[in-house]
Design a protein around this ligand. Structure first.
Ligand code: 5AD
Ligand code: SF4
Length: 475
């Protein structure tokens, strides 16, 4: 199956999209490294070039198709180089990728990533245009479709992560919500919770590898459920199990679905100190008519009721962030203003704002015309972002003069690493509720939990100085 512990293959991998994709790439790279591959950061040196792709918006796909286009000549000159397309775009576009870029050697859906090493070997031995894809949602019995979306989580490789002390941990794959704009239920298949034992075992492995912070991943992570002979385990139960693991100091989770933000879950978050009070709960729109067209399954009133539950249970410990789509099919100016109103009323920590991008294969693309002009989408995007930024900065003001606990992640973009040996540099870290903090400190603080006194804020960052006494010795 593998050729090579002697010959080192060189792998170039590019990842776009969400945290799931980043985790999937970590697994694929870990798998290939165990089979003798080395990473390279450029396509010239690579004998294997992989793209882990995203389909959630057109822009993400365009980026990959142009990257593939740039490799056309490379492949002509070096036919021995293997080019692979993995992830959501592979699952969505399937054979159309070979039509647009016939020199691609393999396409692999997000449910088949464990086959990547094998497919590469087959392509290298001359079998062209390999593909491994999941069944489409209507292509067979429910159990077969579910099985065809296998999770791929056996291999963890801390050296593959930006920091060895932070890791993603998948608890759920797929999605059954079928929001009308969204391609994810098609590319990642039916919602399936992973067995809690598996998740806890993997968290233990991560803790043994020195992981302090785990981020649990699922498309609707708080809808997590798993039923077996022992009964039903939900998200709150799972958090309780993970909280017991020594070494794990912080537990985050994304992305949440508003309707499943129950009192039970919020009380668990309140009572378990390792669990982050950062709640990313996309609202998508502030208009009930738009929410209905999106088939989100809740009303604006439901969303406000959820915000009240959060406030009531967690008070100002909680930080809530959201996603919005502007310019969805038929969105009027009045409907957009309702989104503005919701943003003003909810005062999110931050919001991710996207212009609607029609996705072939979704219900919206079949039944609802993409009729809001691009210019209008752009204007609404900018307007909402400007309003959110003012709120974000105002929200950060309450931290002025306060001391926050930060997990130090690494040098800031500005840090002068060359000058770093033993002297303080600019570092960044995150608070328990996911705020970015910038401060000067010794690089040895990376990976530590440190107390920082905040003296200035912007919409996106808190600026501070190290307060922790024994660590100031290190600074
Ligand atoms: N167009 C624009 N944004 C989208 N999202 C999902 N599908 C689309 C689409 N077709 C956004 C949603 C989701 C986030 C991950 O991406 O806001 O929460
Ligand atoms: Fe897409 Fe809706 Fe599922 Fe989120 S909940 S992944 S937006 S279908």
């Amino acid at each position: 199956m593998t050729d090579s512990s002697e010959t080192k293959h060189k792998l170039y991998i590019e990842t776009v999209g969400c945290q799931m994709n980043i985790l999937d790439s970590e697994m694929v790279v870990a798998d290939l490294r165990r089979r003798g591959y080395e990473l390279t950061d450029n396509t010239q040196d690579a004998d294997t070039i992989l793209f882990n792709t995203c389909s959630v918006r057109q822009h993400a796909e365009d980026k990959i198709y142009s990257a593939l286009g740039r490799l056309r000549l490379t492949k002509q000159k070096h036919p021995e180089k293997i080019i692979g397309v993995m992830g959501c775009m592979a699952q969505k576009d399937q054979g159309r990728i070979f039509q647009r870029a016939p020199y691609v050697d393999l396409i692999v859906g997000p449910g088949q990533l464990q086959q990547v090493p094998d497919l590469i070997e087959r392509a290298r031995s001359g079998e062209r245009q390999q593909s491994a894809l999941s069944l489409e949602r209507t292509a067979g019995a429910a159990a077969d479709i579910r099985r065809s979306h296998e999770t791929f989580d056996p291999l963890r490789d801390p050296s593959m992560r930006p920091t060895p002390f932070q890791a993603y941990l998948r608890i759920q794959i797929g999605c059954d919500k079928f929001c009308t704009y969204c391609i994810v239920p098609m590319t990642r298949g039916p919602e399936q919770g992973r067995p809690p034992r598996q998740i806890v075992d993997e968290a233990r492995i991560l803790a043994d590898q020195g992981t302090k912070e785990i981020t649990l991943l699922g498309q609707t992570v708080n809808s997590y459920r798993y039923k077996d002979a022992d009964g039903m385990t939900d998200m709150a139960d799972l958090l309780g199990m993970l909280h017991e693991i020594d070494g794990i100091q912080r537990i985050k989770f994304v992305t949440n679905y508003p309707k499943d933000m129950t009192y039970k879950l919020l009380e668990t978050i309140r009572d378990l100190p390792k669990v982050s009070p950062y709640l990313h709960v996309p609202a998508q729109s502030g208009s009930n008519d738009v929410l209905k067209r999106m088939k989100r399954g809740y009303t604006v009133e439901d969303y406000y009721a959820m915000m009240d539950r959060i406030e009531e249970t967690l008070g100002d410990r909680a930080s809530v962030s959201s996603d919005f789509i502007v310019g969805f099919c038929g969105e009027t100016e009045a409907e957009f203003q309702m989104t503005v109103d919701l943003v003003k009323r909810c005062r999110f920590k931050n919001s991710f704002i996207f212009k609607y991008s029609e996705r072939p294969g979704t219900k919206a693309s079949e039944h609802l015309p993409d009729d809001v002009p691009e210019e209008t989408k752009k204007r609404r995007n900018n307007e909402l972002l400007a309003i959110q930024n003012v709120i974000s900065e105002e929200d950060n003001h309450r931290f002025l003069g306060q001391t926050v606990e930060v997990l130090v992640e690494g040098p800031s973009k500005k840090a002068d690493l060359a000058a770093a040996a033993g002297t303080p540099i600019q570092l960044t870290g995150r608070t328990h509720d996911d705020r970015i903090v910038v401060f000067d400190g010794n690089p040895r603080l990376v990976g530590e939990l440190v107390k920082i006194g905040i003296y200035d804020v912007s919409p996106f960052t808190l600026l501070g100085t190290v307060m922790t006494e024994h660590l100031t010795m290190l600074v």
